[in-house]
Ligand binder design. Structure first.
Ligand SMILES: Nc1ncnc2c1ncn2[C@@H]1O[C@H](COP(=O)(O)OP(=O)(O)OP(=O)(O)O)[C@@H](O)[C@H]1O
Ligand SMILES: [Zn+2]
Ligand SMILES: [Zn+2]
Length: 741
């Protein structure tokens, strides 16, 4: 039994403190325990992050109290937090915080149990009616709330009845309600009936892939597998059967999917396969209510749920003995957290796999170049599934040159003749169409035809987007919005012209072209309502919607057999972004979007409307030539020493005063220049591609090196060397930055 605990206290200090574990607490203190400790003249809370038998100090103060009964972080996850702290240069305590959801952290603070309240029995209802006159208004409100909702958490009940705990206690004294500390499990999917599915008989490529994955899982030192399967090759079925294998070995599994792909459809496929014991599956995503998230986390910790499906942070779920970690759509940039610690869940998954001796499967139809190279040089095991299930044909992709379209009849429409023709053909055959556009709103920006004025956000250096339904101009960076003017603010001209187009505009034009068609739009504007997503998708599934228009939300993981046409409207603007990964992103996007077509009996077709038809990203996507794309892209990356040939660190300084930001950036750069080795490529300070956001100026310094460690040490030293760091200038360090914007 260890006698010393290392505690990270809640004071944002980047170090741990040793405390003695008193006899009576020896059996309860474990890694991850929430504790209260004496600190100076007061008591503070913290997490036990390590145990030891010895300390450098002679006199140690004892831990005062353990808060909550069970640790909510497992030891390997705590080690992962430690790795994140050193690799991503983030305070350890911040890393510990980010491996535990806020709600779990808050509830484990303090020994208060989760209290639930229920009506004593059905007679209570009548009794309640009889004695209702005896109840105060507040007590009555509580009573009625319980009548309506059944058993509730005390905290929720208090909130719903807009009162305090005291009327609830009075009702308990009257014998009308029962307060208990049992935890109730609230199934976030209650009321949705799920039928169990049997494992499918695998196609030959799937069978080979599964065999390789199972071999990796059973190996003494399990390897990371890159599963490169084209869209519709049946990757999900392979994951499901690999998970079954983990369960047979008495182990658990974690499946990460990008938040936008965490659709009910995806989750249902997992629930359905394990529906004989539905409580085994836990789901973690951002729209869970706090109580739901808390429950799911505890079900995992108690061992009831052994299969976890979730977005990025589900990687830290306290699954005791994982046998498999899947990262689906591993190329997705959303796996990178864009606040401290700026970790990549994909890379952290590989680390967790190492620590838990568990196989990791990275799956994608368009692997990130980093993963692809790791597979090609033998660091990962490369497994590919180059054909679709049942040998269904890959869709044909046609590129429509919009420059010619304009010349033909002198006016540029939103849709090419080809696209309109093809949509009409689908409507006639009762097949479905998806239209994809990577931009919200009605039109990109508001351009004055008389003087060329464009409405730009006052706080950010980007153009505002026009949202017609609300008649407002919105900055998609800072959210700032204002009413759209009727006249040009510069020259007063009333002829405003809307350039570019957003999903809203496409919907409007589409409705005019096809007045009889059922058209729906799905983007984050229309998806604010909690179940809107599920509703639209199920309508689309049963054929009540003919044309679905959307942003990248519809590009991921959806499987609708009756979709035979996908239209992509102007992916060009993404190519003009100042990011070396722009081409890769466009290639991935087109391939994924195209993958939604022709998943049923009828072959699919894809039309890409573009003003830059010859761009390699578009041409290689058209030919479905992943390797060809990689070859030319890798050549360019190698030449410029970009990832995957280097690791990249992006330092951004931000502040309200441009000269201050610039000067500090120069100073930091000088310090860096003195301490980096010759293996590090250090670029001079430049304004960030988006040079102003929310009124703050941004400057950047890029560092590239083959090994991250060669950069982290000097960066740490240089940041510390700046003694007088100006108050108004903040610095973020992004290791393996996913975007330079
Ligand atoms: N062995 C099989 N036999 C019959 N149908 C299968 C088999 N495997 C998968 N399918 C079906 O093929 C379709 C495509 O599979 P799935 O969605 O798993 O592909 P995927 O590789 O994950 O695709 P994407 O990357 O495009 O999301 C699904 O409808 C699935 O039910
Ligand atoms: Zn004007
Ligand atoms: Zn803005």
């Amino acid at each position: 039994m260890s006698r010393i605990a290392k505690v990270a206290v809640d004071l944002s200090l980047d170090r741990e403190f040793d405390y003695q574990i008193p006899d009576e607490l020896v059996s309860t203190v474990e890694i991850g325990s929430r504790v209260s400790v004496p600190f100076g003249h007061r008591h503070v809370n913290g997490f036990v992050v390590g145990l030891a038998d010895e300390s450098d100090l002679d006199e140690l103060k004892p831990i005062s109290q353990v808060l909550g009964e069970k640790s909510l972080i497992t030891e390997p996850v705590m080690e992962l937090a430690r790795w994140m702290s050193s690799y991503y240069l983030a305070p350890f305590e911040t890393c510990v915080r980010s491996v535990l959801p806020a709600i779990v952290r808050r509830k484990s603070r303090g020994e208060k149990k989760q209290l639930t309240v229920s009506l004593v029995n059905s007679n209570a209802k009548e009794a309640g009616n009889l004695i209702c006159e005896d109840l105060t208004d507040k007590q009555r409100a509580v009573f009625q709330c319980l009548e309506k909702n059944g058993t509730m958490l005390l905290s929720e009940l208090i909130a719903a009845a807009e009162t305090t705990a005291s009327p609830v206690k009075s009702l308990e004294k009257k014998g009308l309600v029962h307060i208990s500390s049992e935890s109730v499990y609230r199934d976030p999917h209650a009321g949705v009936e799920i039928l169990k599915t049997a494992p499918l008989e695998l196609m030959p490529e799937q069978a080979v892939a599964l065999e390789k994955i199972v071999t990796a899982m059973d190996a003494e030192k399990p390897q990371t597998v890159l599963l490169h399967g084209v869209t519709g090759s049946g990757k999900t079925e392979v994951y499901l059967q690999a998970i079954s294998h983990a369960l047979e070995q008495g182990k658990g599994a974690i499946v990460l999917v990008p938040e936008i792909a965490l659709t009910p459809q995806t989750v249902d496929r997992f629930r359905a396969r394990f529906a004989d014991k539905p409580e085994r599956v836990a789901v973690l995503h951002s729209s869970l209510a706090d109580g739901e998230r808390y429950d799911e986390w505890h079900r995992i910790r108690s061992g009831e749920a052994t299969i976890v499906i979730g977005a990025r942070s589900a990687l830290f779920a306290p699954v005791k003995n994982p046998g498999l970690i899947v990262v689906d759509e591993e190329h997705e940039p959303t796996y990178k957290q864009d606040e401290t610690p700026r970790y990549s869940a994909r890379d952290a998954a590989v680390m967790r796999g190492h620590r838990e001796n568990c196989a990791v499967v990275l799956g994608s139809a368009t692997p990130a170049l980093e993963s692809y190279c790791n597979a090609k040089n033998g660091k990962y095991l490369y497994v590919d599934m180059p054909s679709r299930v049942d040998d269904r044909r890959m869709p044909e992709i046609r590129v429509v040159d919009m420059r010619l379209e304009g010349q033909r009849d002198g006016k540029r429409g939103l849709f090419s003749k080809e696209l309109v023709f093809e949509i009409r053909a689908r409507l006639d055959r009762a097949e479905q169409t998806m239209i994809f556009l990577n931009r919200r709103g009605f039109s990109a920006s508001l351009v004055c035809p008389a003087c060329g004025y464009v409405s730009e956000c006052e706080h950010c250096s980007v153009k505002r987007t026009y949202h017609k339904a609300r008649h407002r101009l919105i900055c998609h960076l800072c959210g700032d919005e204002q009413g759209a003017p009727d006249r040009c603010p510069e020259c007063g001209s009333p002829e405003f012209k809307y350039s570019g187009a957003g999903t809203e505009k496409i919907e409007e034009v589409m409705a005019k072209l096809f007045p009889k068609a059922n058209i729906a739009r799905m983007d984050s504007d229309t998806m604010r309502k909690k179940n809107a997503h599920r509703e639209i998708l199920s309508k689309f599934r049963v054929g009540k919607i003919d044309i679905l228009i959307g942003t990248q939300m519809i590009a991921k993981g959806l499987d609708f057999p009756n979709v035979t046409l996908v239209g992509v409207v102007n992916p060009d603007h993404a190519l003009h972004m100042a990011d070396f990964r722009a081409g890769e992103r466009v290639f991935q996007l087109l391939t994924q979007v195209a993958g939604r077509a022709g998943r049923g009996q009828v072959a699919g077709e894809v039309l890409v409307q573009t003003y830059t038809p010859h761009h390699p990203a578009i041409q290689f996507a058209r030919r479905m030539d992943f390797e060809g794309f990689c070859d030319q892209e890798l050549e360019f990356r190698k030449e410029l020493f970009y990832p995957p040939y280097s690791h990249l660190t992006c330092i951004t300084l931000r502040g309200k005063h441009e000269s201050q930001v610039e000067q500090t950036c120069d100073l930091l750069w000088q310090c860096l220049e003195q301490c980096v080795s010759s293996d590090v490529m250090l670029s001079p300070p430049v304004p960030a591609p988006i040079s102003r956001v929310r009124g703050e100026y941004r400057w950047q310094i890029l560092l590239r090196a083959e090994k991250t460690g060669e950069m982290t040490r000097p960066v740490r030293r240089a940041v510390a060397a700046i003694k007088k760091w100006p108050k108004g200038v903040r610095c973020t360090i992004d290791i393996d930055a996913a975007s330079l914007l």
